[in-house]
Write a protein that binds this ligand. Sequence first.
Ligand SMILES: [Fe+2]
Length: 275
Amino acid sequence: MDYALEDEFGDIIGKARRGQDLFQSQIAAAAGITTAQLARMEQYTLKPTEAQVYKLAEALNLDGTKLLDIAMEQWAPKPMQHPENANLDVITISAPVGGWPVNAYLLICKATDDAAIIDTAAHPERILEQLDVHKVNPTAILLTHAHSDHADGLPQLQSATGCRTYIHKNEPKPQSATQLRELVQADVVAVGELMVTVVDTPGHTPGGCSFLTQTAAFVGDAIFAGSVGGPNISYQAEIDSVRENLLSLPDEVRLFPGHGPATTVGEEKRHNPFF
Ligand SMILES: [Fe+2]
């Protein structure tokens, strides 16, 4: 495989189990394995058999066939071709936070060279460097959610760019942030000639949201290629909002997550075991 998914089999079954408030003992019994075996699978030290994958999927309300593809490392989203006629560019800025890579993005309007900064990846200096490299004019900072790996360094970015920061009304506000504008579902932020629409995707956090423009959506930790973000607030809200507000979009819409590779609506409908 060209690149790794954010979540392995063990992460997926752990998130599904904890999200549904189930004990390891319950799921192990339903799947015909011991609790110790399940614990090892969740910690990636025991590989499941094909039959075990199907039983675990059934016990966890996941799609067995899709889960098996990921367990056997038989799927990753195809690297995306940038549409040639697109009037927008997306720059991915990946930076390690606590040993794990996190993605921030620049969304660039090609007609005006205006750009939105989407999340901080806790590395404001890398964002500022990329604004220089691409010679674009930042006009807004959009936060998918307030977790520190996505929002740290905000004051530095704000003072260097003079941009307002947009964040969902229901999201806890990052400390020391000023110039915040609150958003709700269907609000529109203009970035040059691009219209960016707010899409509610709560569940990982109370006011997690995604930003959609044309055929690109920036989804934070709502959905990853082949998985979802940790359902810290509500598993059901996370699954329902992603299904209703993101996976209802056309198959070719590209999804740019806060962690792991970019994917598309079509790829996730075909391969994400949570849906
Ligand atoms: Fe997060």
